[in-house]
Write a protein that binds this ligand. Sequence first.
Ligand code: 13P
Length: 244
Amino acid sequence: MPQNTLIVSNWKMNLNLISTKKLISKLKSLKTSKNIKNIVCPQYLLIPYVRDLIKSSQIILGAQDCHFEEKGSFTGDSSILLIKEYSCKYVIIGHSERREYHKEKNLDVKKKIKIAVKNNIIPIVCVGESFLMRQNKSYLKFIYKQLDECIPKKMGKLIIAYEPIWAIGTGLIPTIDDITEVKESCKKFLKTNKKIDDIKFLYGGSVNSQNFFEIRNKCKVDGALIGGASLLEQEITNILKGDF
Ligand code: 13P
């Protein structure tokens, strides 16, 4: 049986009410293969709106982050309880932009994963190295440390998104061999050290309709976490309508 492919749109801090409605209307009009999970992750203020717009469609809702506590005095943060109430099924955790601009540490990521799992929301955990680490070949060591410190032991389902920081929004992407190496290494590491077998592996960083299918077919990844191209009607349509 063909495995599901996850197409995760990370809209980041983009789109307003009008452009959201237009994009969702386009996504709803697409007849996509049953093997695709089309997951959209809007910014928080758009979540209730998108929840209503996608009713009776195949589109699945996700969030871009959550706090590691369910409630409390955390001004400006968002609770997993509300994310769940609004029918989100997934949450992106540990994105490099959160790590960079909000100084999130691996331990924070671990706590967020735990609170998501407790609430039956599937975490999409981001890992990935800087350009310097890629150049000096310390990238695997760095990713192992991220996995070791972020991932709780014996989790059920886990989705890892490999997003090299240098590939995000730059138009640069690792080679097929590089992505495959990181995929195989992560799976092996998680199996050995965390006893986790059920892992889906996504690639993210400058994914578009030109490179997605080669990455998917040659690296045998389970899908992609897509930023810029997920905002462009034609690009995301070409990806979702592709050959699955
Ligand atoms: P781009 O697809 O714009 O490079 O962004 C990737 C990303 O950060 C998705 O989470």
